[in-house]
Design a protein around this ligand. Structure first.
Ligand SMILES: [Zn+2]
Ligand SMILES: [Zn+2]
Length: 249
């Protein structure tokens, strides 16, 4: 096979002029290139950069190392080199916070999502419009808590299966291998749902498994869980189609 150069050939940059409420000159909204992270991007020397940065370089020369793209017009679609300048990362974040584009804190739902999501902190930060540190902090706070017991917190979400709402845990982490939020009680790690149940109904019965009536692994509402035998648990799983048979029909 010959080199697949055609795939990397540069597409011509086109745009439409739109009035810019902030600056005197119009924005050039890119119409030729698809968006990544809400910005049009272009492949230059096999590197994906924003079209804005590319356009700036056409007029002003090489892009300064380690600098972010700063939009004076606050329009991510704009590729007008006069509306763009290199800016530091912290300058960029400060400006976004000032404008309310970037939120400082995560909502309870976002924390819950951050704990569950297989996405990286960087990807989640981009999605939520917060700094990467905010996501890392939320995850660390929930996951690697050492020392005393931290009381679980949760948000109520409607439960389609039961009349009462689910309590989706927002304070304690799940891992890739353990989809249930867990909590360190003494030196033992147990499910938060079990902890909540025990708080209301007393010690968890020996050798009993945890059955979620709502089938929502994040739920820690003690009224949605109950102790059950392993047999019951398997039976329920089969009924809900969660259980994959090992081959035998
Ligand atoms: Zn602009
Ligand atoms: Zn529930």
């Amino acid at each position: 096979m010959t080199q697949n150069t055609g795939r990397f050939s540069r597409k011509e940059v086109t745009y439409i002029e739109v009035p810019c409420p902030r600056l005197g000159t119009p924005c050039w909204n890119c119409t030729s290139h698809s968006l990544a992270n809400k910005r049009p991007t272009i492949l230059v020397d096999r590197k994906r950069i924003s079209v804005a940065q590319y356009m700036w370089c056409q007029y002003h020369g090489p892009w300064p190392d380690g600098m972010d793209v700063f939009h004076e017009c606050h329009n991510n679609l704009c590729i007008n080199p006069d509306h763009i300048r290199p800016g530091t990362r912290s300058e960029n974040i400060k400006e976004k916070i000032r404008l309310g584009i970037r939120k400082l804190k995560l909502s309870a739902e976002q924390i819950s999502e951050a704990l569950l999501s297989p996405l990286s902190a960087t990807e989640l930060a981009e999605k939520f419009g917060v700094s990467q540190m905010t996501v890392v902090r939320a995850r660390t706070k929930a996951g690697q808590y050492r020392g005393g017991l931290r009381e679980p917190t949760y948000i109520e979400v409607p439960c389609p299966a039961l009349g009462t709402p689910c309590w989706n845990c927002t304070s304690h982490a799940v891992t890739r291998t353990n989809p249930y939020p867990n909590i360190l009680v003494g030196d033992k790690r147990i499910r938060v749902a079990k902890y909540m149940w025990s708080k209301r109904y007393g010690p968890w019965p020996d050798k009993m498994e945890m059955l979620h009536a709502c089938d929502n692994k994040l739920c820690i509402n003690p009224d949605h869980i109950r102790p059950g035998t392993q047999k019951e648990n398997v039976q329920e799983a089969v009924e809900r189609g969660r259980f994959k048979h090992g081959g035998a029909k």
